[in-house]
Design a protein around this ligand. Structure first.
Ligand code: CS2
Length: 490
């Protein structure tokens, strides 16, 4: 039997599970859709949908979610037969399971663009949330919309059938403006600093391409709070699907797994209605940028560090890499000497304790997080997670050593991919692979070549001789270490 509205009724009656399983406590049938989510992936289902579910369980309201996959159809195919129900497995020493009912509809933008736009333009829709990954914002390296991006070019030429999340926002806001329907609140939930302001700028810039009055209306009527989102959510492997279904006693083809820890911080500037998130643990604050920088530089920065270094050292999972004493010692040293000095923390947060807690979260053996999953999209993640704090330390006169090794490990990781023809996921994959194919093994020449790529590293580094020398030295050390990668960490 499959998880569905019908079997949910049976599970309610039975309610004798071998482990803790929570079921929806509200009437799903009567709950209207009030949220559209763009970029329906595991993270949204384990995080924002979870908070909405908690708010629905306690306070009700018309806060069902329409989840939109941008292109892929597999989630729709798995979730439709389950009436969009799925389970979150929260993994810790003892694990907990929760069936989520908040998701009420799944659409695929590439195939159902009219339905997606109709849902976004509907007066019942009060909130649009997004997890479209860093590359989904279609920004160039100075934070402006990338007008050469093929999706953006398509959306300028054909605004009524957009392909990008930015285009969907512009088109649906245009319909709302024309029909005098109040704007929805747009909540960006990707790992980018000032994600709300960046998204707003991109949406306004795209609107300007068709109509200045629309751009002005968006500028003054639409609220784009910035947010910090946090909960480690690895891809759900097939073995987990079977295990979770066994706990549930019915088959769930699309569960998600995450660690028990979860945090959501939202900029306190929302004017429209939102679910009672504030009553179920979401923090609303004026200081969101401090939370974002802290989390991006500590959690995500250390994650990327472990991903590249851990792969070079031959590990598969985060928990295995962090169990290597040399890698763990490196993380602790780097965080103390280079990461924390680059951060202005939110008031009252002890950064040393915060980073220790994060390293403990990495150690969670129940969370099987593939390093390759984190290693993807480095050309977008490395600037935010590593290069910005590196640059800030240089300007503040803080000595930098370890950050250079992280950049060198990233470059070596790309070179390894090219050498072994292994799968390499990055929006600039082709360009990067053909670049490293020209490497000669001479660190100075190779780094010179790498730094010559336009819009890869921040412009400020282009003529910085000391940056270049330090990176060459780090890369030379990585080459010299060969297969014994962790010897460079001594
Ligand atoms: C990770 C994040 O894949 C990655 O880049 O660093 O997905 C990380 O697990 C989340 O931001 C945790 O909140």
């Amino acid at each position: 039997m499959k998880l569905s509205n019908e079997t949910l009724g049976l599970l309610r009656e039975k309610s004798q599970f071998s482990e803790q399983v929570d079921l929806p406590k509200y009437d799903r049938e009567k709950t209207k859709i009030g949220i559209v989510h763009l970029g329906l992936g595991a993270f949204h289902r384990s995080h924002q949908a979870y908070y909405t579910e908690c708010a629905l369980n306690q306070f009700g309201g018309d806060w069902g979610i329409c989840g939109v996959s941008m292109r892929s159809t597999w989630l729709k195919e798995s979730l439709d037969p389950q009436d969009c129900l799925y389970t979150i497995a929260k993994m810790d020493v003892t694990s907990e399971y929760q069936v989520i009912g908040a998701l009420k509809e799944v659409l695929v933008a590439a195939k159902q663009v009219d339905q997606v736009l109709a849902r976004m333009s509907h007066a019942d829709t009060k909130v649009v949330t997004l997890t479209v990954t860093e590359k989904g914002y279609c920004l160039n390296s100075d934070g402006k919309i990338d007008l050469t991006h093929p999706g953006i070019q398509h959306d300028i030429a054909t605004p009524s059938a957009p392909q990008t999340a930015i285009g969907l926002l512009v088109e649906s806001l245009k319909t709302r403006q024309q029909n005098s329907i109040e704007a929805f609140t747009v909540i960006a939930c990707d790992n980018l600093p000032e994600n709300g302001s960046k998204l707003k700028a991109a949406v306004v810039q795209l609107a300007q391409q068709q109509d200045q009055a629309l751009a002005d209306w968006i500028q003054s009527h639409v609220c784009f709070p910035s947010t910090m989102v946090d909960s480690i959510t690895p891809k759900t492997e097939d073995s987990e699907i079977e295990r979770i279904s066994a706990v549930l006693t019915v088959q769930d083809d699309a569960p998600v797994q995450r660690e028990m820890f979860t945090q959501w911080v939202i900029e306190d500037e929302i004017k429209g209605e939102v679910p009672a998130w504030d009553k179920v643990g979401v923090i609303f604050t004026n200081d969101v940028s401090a939370f974002e920088h802290t989390k991006l530089r500590i959690l995500n920065g250390l994650h990327s560090t472990l991903a590249y270094m851990g792969r070079l050292a031959g590990y598969e999972l985060v928990s295995q890499a962090v169990a290597d004493p040399k890698l763990k010692a490196f993380l602790l040293r780097m965080v103390a000497n280079e990461v924390i000095p680059s951060i202005k923390p939110p008031q009252g947060l002890d950064l040393t304790q915060y980073s220790r807690d994060i390293i403990k979260r990495f150690e969670n053996p129940k969370v099987a997080h593939q390093l390759e999953q984190i290693a993807c999209d480095g050309s977008i993640k490395i600037p935010v997670r590593i290069l910005e704090p590196l640059q800030q330390n240089l300007s503040n006169g803080v000595e930098v050593k370890d950050y250079y090794l992280v950049v060198a490990a990233w470059i070596r990781f790309i070179w390894n991919k090219q050498q072994t023809s292994a799968q390499f996921n990055d929006p600039r994959a082709d360009e990067l692979l053909s670049l490293v194919a020209q490497f000669t093994g001479d660190a100075a020449q190779d780094i010179e070549l790498f730094l010559s790529v336009p819009n890869l590293l921040p412009n400020a580094f282009a003529d910085n001789q000391s940056f270049k020398q330090n990176l060459v030295a780090a890369y030379q050390a990585v080459i010299a270490a060969g297969d014994d990668f962790t010897s460079v960490l001594d």
